[in-house]
Design a protein. Structure first.
Lengths: 369, 380
């Protein structure tokens, strides 16, 4: 028997806590018999998310990937355009750019894994149309500098906020800086549905209306097809679940921040980079990613004693087979590449006790002794 | 004949279009909730065990080697075309009278939909396909609309002659068949919808692709999940288009009933055919001895259709029209350059079609009431 049983995520605990309310939600939605399309649940969730994120509009969609895709699509990104983004994200942020026929242009990241504004500035060409910063791990990028660069060069900013609901920079919520904020409500996110779900935030009412047509076949009403569309609706069932869980989100974030703060206090070691919380930042710790020597050995050791960890993400996007056509090579993004070998995501979920966090921190330190 | 009257349903009609309130009643909701209570604690929400189980059962049901669960029927078509490598400047031949999603799936891959007219069974007129083939044609996508069947043996012969792959839009045709061969198993792949108003329906958007081609199946599995071959290797440009595990739990509960749903609809349609066929103002679509038509929609051609539609609705029969404006005349398609009159059969249908409830939750009395309502209209 391993010494510990500390899971990376704990969906069973969430199920335990919420089952009666969830069953009531299912019952209510099923009896209404309205599973698909913009109904009361969708409108209510959209209004509440807009208020929470500090934007005029929210558009509920099928996934975070689709949120990015539709934002770029409505922004008019297409063949010949370049979109600047970091190579250390989940594959989806790059894939949507390529799907629209545009070219992803990668720039390297800072020690905190977020896009480097200086490198970003250097990557701008006459073909650059948009910047897609990724608020990785629930930390908002340096949006003051990014917005300034974008304004000077007349570029759109589309925030990949898939991991950063509720995160803030200089007191402003992620998703409220750029033209669009793109969120995921995947089952492993801080605000999580029970299947795929996502949404876009924006202050642009016209773009929001167009997105609402595009998510349902491009139909303005049952008989009129305005333009080619897609099927990218958030299931009404998932919207009802998210509406319920949105009330709990502040507590989820508070608990994760508490766990992260404990890690920050406990893990002090020259061989380990622990993600900081700077003055301007309110980090929500979708993931708590340390950077450490002999990472693979450390992960193996922790697994053997019953502590589950993860790696987000072991292979940078520019080195994936799917990216071969973009012409990047190993060595192009030194920070990203070196981090890929050193990053390790420790469990930080809201169901962990202080003792769990202390145990993980203690074992990490013990490994290097 | 004794006159029939019926009590009002909760939505104010007497013969409801939607069967959802009957399908998901006190008892069935409790059964399904029990399954969900067992499933939710597993946390297996993304491509989990229920999805694998559903895929296996669906493949068996249709008689295909593989079934791949995706986010919607539209995505089933879109991903199939993507897996074929359909892209800019390619042409895909499909039916002029289909639901917008078929065309959307082609356009989403930047390809050009080339339309052909339909016959009196609402499916592509196969005799017109050959004339539509050009050097840029990359695939043929017949649509088994309304639970009817395209003449697949003839179409497959043409496709083979021109070495063109066929993707069947079977979204409305689960268990439709020609000589016992099911829709979706003639071509390289078939796309199905699990939308809440389909014959096999889940509690949100959902779809399935079936194929007998092992390599094609692997490609589709990667395409639906970000192009991932495993958790860390992205081998192709993919999408996020997965059937939710939660929806697969519903699908697994319902799939046992598909035979009952199908046979009941066929029985209801046969009754309506027999009774409505007696009216000179109603014309039935083509019927066949060797085909199983599954009546996702029960459609007939009616004289003075718009008046009949209004009359039905006044009498509490929730009739509809699928679809009053043919897709080729939609604003979104104007760049394709088609004009009113290009597809005369489709146009004629658009003016005469009426869809009547024929679902498995209708009572004999409700069916008779539909007939009575329509007879009344033409006798008055």
């Amino acid at each position: 028997m391993p010494r510990y049983d500390i899971p990376y995520v704990n969906l069973p605990a969430q199920a335990d806590e919420e089952m009666p309310e969830l069953a009531a939600i299912f019952d209510r939605v099923v009896r209404r018999g309205s599973f698909v399309g913009a109904g009361a649940e969708i409108e209510r969730l959209e209004a509440r998310l807009a208020e929470y994120c500090g934007t005029r509009e929210t558009i509920a969609l099928n996934s975070g990937t689709d949120a990015l895709f539709l934002a770029l699509k409505v922004a008019g990104i297409g063949p010949g355009d370049e979109v600047i983004t970091p190579p250390n994200s989940f594959i989806a942020s790059t894939a949507v750019i390529a799907h629209l026929g545009a070219r992803p242009v990668f720039v390297d990241v800072l020690a905190d894994q977020n896009i480097d504004p200086a490198a970003l500035k250097r990557a701008i060409t006459p073909r650059t149309r948009a910047i897609m910063p990724v608020h990785l791990t629930g930390r908002v990028c340096r949006m003051d500098r990014i917005i300034e660069i974008a304004a000077r060069h007349n570029l759109l900013v589309i925030e990949d906020a898939a991991q950063s609901i509720g995160s803030m920079f200089q007191g402003r919520k992620s998703g409220s800086f750029g033209h669009f904020g793109c969120f995921s409500a995947h089952p492993l996110k801080n605000l999580n549905a029970m299947g795929d779900a996502g949404f876009v935030t924006t202050n642009d009412a016209e773009a929001a209306a167009r997105m609402r047509d595009l998510r349902t076949h491009g139909m303005a009403d049952r008989e009129t097809v305005e333009e080619w569309g897609f099927v990218s609706r958030m299931d009404v069932l998932q919207a009802a679940i998210l509406d319920y869980r949105l009330d709990k989100l502040p507590d989820v974030i508070a608990k994760r921040r508490e766990n992260a703060a404990l890690y920050q206090r406990l893990i002090k070691h020259e061989k380990i980079f622990v993600p900081p919380c700077r003055q301007d930042e309110f980090n929500t710790f979708h993931t708590f990613v340390i950077q450490a020597d002999r990472r693979d050995d450390l992960q193996r050791h922790l697994r053997a004693i019953g502590i589950k960890t993860a790696i987000h993400y072991p292979v940078p996007i520019h080195l994936q087979p799917a990216a071969a056509g973009l012409g990047y090579r190993k060595g192009d993004f030194p920070a990203t590449e070196s981090q890929a070998e050193r990053i390790l995501t420790l469990p930080v979920n809201q169901y962990m006790s202080a003792q769990d966090v202390e145990a993980v921190a203690g074992e990490v330190l013990a490994f290097y002794r | 004949m004794t006159r029939i009257d019926l009590p009002l349903q909760p939505n104010g009609t007497k013969v409801q279009w939607s069967y959802l309130p009957r399908q998901f009643n006190e008892q069935s909701i409790e059964q399904i909730l029990d399954r969900l209570r067992a499933f939710i604690p597993t946390g297996d929400f993304t491509l989990g065990k229920p999805v694998r189980e559903f895929e296996e059962r669906f493949a068996r049901l249709i008689g295909a080697r593989h079934a791949i669960g995706v986010n919607s029927g539209t995505d089933a078509l879109k991903l199939s075309l993507k897996a074929l490598g359909v892209g800019p400047d390619d042409e895909v031949i499909t039916a002029a009278n289909t639901f917008i999603a078929t065309i959307g799936a082609i356009a989403e891959n930047f390809a050009r939909p080339v339309l052909v007219d339909c016959t009196d069974n609402f499916c592509m007129d196969v005799s017109k396909v050959e004339a539509a083939i050009t050097p840029r044609t990359k695939a043929i996508m017949p649509v088994h609309l309304a639970g009817q069947m395209t003449d697949m043996p003839a179409l497959m012969e043409i496709a083979a002659r021109h070495k063109l792959p066929v993707i069947e839009d079977s979204c409305q045709c689960i268990l439709g068949a020609i000589a016992d061969r099911n829709a979706g198993t003639f071509g390289l792949a078939g796309g199905f919808s699990l939308h809440p108003l389909k014959n096999l329906n889940v509690w949100g958007d959902g779809g399935v692709i079936v194929t007998n081609d092992d390599e094609f199946a692997v490609k589709l599995r990667r395409l639906r999940n970000h192009g991932l071959a495993d958790r860390d290797s992205v081998v192709m440009l993919g999408c996020n288009s997965r059937l939710d595990s939660l929806q697969a739990v519903i699908g697994n509960w319902l799939i046992d009933q598909v035979d009952f749903i199908t046979t009941t609809r066929i029985k209801n349609a046969a009754y309506l055919d027999g009774e409505l066929g007696k009216l000179s103002q109603i014309r039935l679509p083509q019927r066949y001895n060797d085909r199983r038509l599954v009546f996702h929609l029960y459609i007939v051609f009616a004289e003075r259709r718009d008046e009949l539609l209004a009359h039905c609705r006044n009498a509490g029969v929730e009739a509809k029209v699928h679809y009053p404006i043919p897709v080729y005349r939609q604003e979104g398609l104007q760049p394709l350059g088609y004009r009113k009159g290009d597809f005369p059969v489709t146009d004629r249908h658009a003016d005469a079609m009426i869809s009547l409830p024929a679902h498995e939750h209708l009572t004999a009395k409700q069916l008779a009431y539909i007939v009575q309502t329509i007879s009344d209209f033409y006798q008055s």
